[in-house]
Design a protein around this ligand. Structure first.
Ligand code: FES
Length: 75
Protein backbone atom coordinates (compact mmCIF):
# COMPACT_ATOMS: atom_id res chain seq x y z
CA UNK A 1 0.00 0.00 0.00
CA UNK A 2 2.86 2.35 0.76
CA UNK A 3 4.31 1.55 -2.64
CA UNK A 4 1.08 2.60 -4.29
CA UNK A 5 1.16 5.91 -2.43
CA UNK A 6 4.70 6.56 -3.60
CA UNK A 7 3.69 5.89 -7.19
CA UNK A 8 0.90 8.42 -6.85
CA UNK A 9 3.34 11.03 -5.60
CA UNK A 10 5.82 10.43 -8.39
CA UNK A 11 3.86 9.32 -11.43
CA UNK A 12 6.38 10.42 -14.07
CA UNK A 13 8.58 7.43 -14.69
CA UNK A 14 8.74 6.87 -18.43
CA UNK A 15 8.89 8.30 -21.91
CA UNK A 16 5.30 7.62 -22.89
CA UNK A 17 5.95 8.17 -26.60
CA UNK A 18 8.69 5.56 -26.68
CA UNK A 19 6.93 3.42 -24.05
CA UNK A 20 10.17 2.93 -22.14
CA UNK A 21 10.70 3.48 -18.45
CA UNK A 22 13.28 5.93 -17.16
CA UNK A 23 14.84 3.03 -15.25
CA UNK A 24 15.55 1.34 -18.63
CA UNK A 25 16.70 4.53 -20.31
CA UNK A 26 19.05 5.28 -17.44
CA UNK A 27 21.01 2.15 -18.33
CA UNK A 28 21.93 3.76 -21.65
CA UNK A 29 24.24 5.99 -19.63
CA UNK A 30 23.59 9.51 -20.93
CA UNK A 31 20.91 11.89 -22.09
CA UNK A 32 22.46 11.82 -25.55
CA UNK A 33 22.25 8.03 -25.71
CA UNK A 34 18.63 8.14 -24.54
CA UNK A 35 17.86 10.69 -27.28
CA UNK A 36 19.59 8.49 -29.81
CA UNK A 37 17.32 5.63 -28.72
CA UNK A 38 14.31 7.85 -29.42
CA UNK A 39 13.48 9.10 -25.92
CA UNK A 40 12.33 12.68 -25.68
CA UNK A 41 12.16 13.03 -29.44
CA UNK A 42 8.48 12.83 -30.29
CA UNK A 43 6.62 15.19 -27.92
CA UNK A 44 9.69 16.10 -25.81
CA UNK A 45 7.45 16.33 -22.75
CA UNK A 46 9.69 13.94 -20.86
CA UNK A 47 12.93 15.82 -21.60
CA UNK A 48 13.04 17.85 -18.35
CA UNK A 49 12.58 14.61 -16.41
CA UNK A 50 15.13 12.75 -18.52
CA UNK A 51 17.66 15.44 -17.66
CA UNK A 52 16.96 14.78 -13.98
CA UNK A 53 17.36 11.03 -14.52
CA UNK A 54 20.93 11.55 -15.62
CA UNK A 55 21.64 14.37 -13.14
CA UNK A 56 20.28 12.62 -10.06
CA UNK A 57 20.02 8.92 -10.89
CA UNK A 58 16.36 8.96 -9.86
CA UNK A 59 13.78 7.39 -12.14
CA UNK A 60 10.47 8.58 -10.71
CA UNK A 61 9.34 12.18 -10.40
CA UNK A 62 6.44 14.35 -9.36
CA UNK A 63 4.85 16.11 -12.31
CA UNK A 64 5.79 19.48 -10.79
CA UNK A 65 9.23 18.47 -9.53
CA UNK A 66 10.68 21.73 -8.13
CA UNK A 67 14.10 20.97 -9.62
CA UNK A 68 12.79 21.44 -13.14
CA UNK A 69 13.33 25.02 -14.33
CA UNK A 70 10.16 26.72 -15.47
CA UNK A 71 11.59 27.35 -18.92
CA UNK A 72 12.07 23.60 -19.40
CA UNK A 73 8.32 23.00 -19.32
CA UNK A 74 6.63 23.21 -22.68
CA UNK A 75 9.78 22.71 -24.70
S1 FES B 1 7.01 11.36 -23.53
FE1 FES B 1 9.05 11.22 -24.20
S2 FES B 1 8.97 12.05 -26.20
FE2 FES B 1 6.94 12.11 -25.56
Amino acid sequence: MDDMAMDDDKPVNMCACLNRRFSELKKLGSLEAAHAAGAGVECSGCVPYLKLVFETGETEFAIDDPRIPEEDFGQ
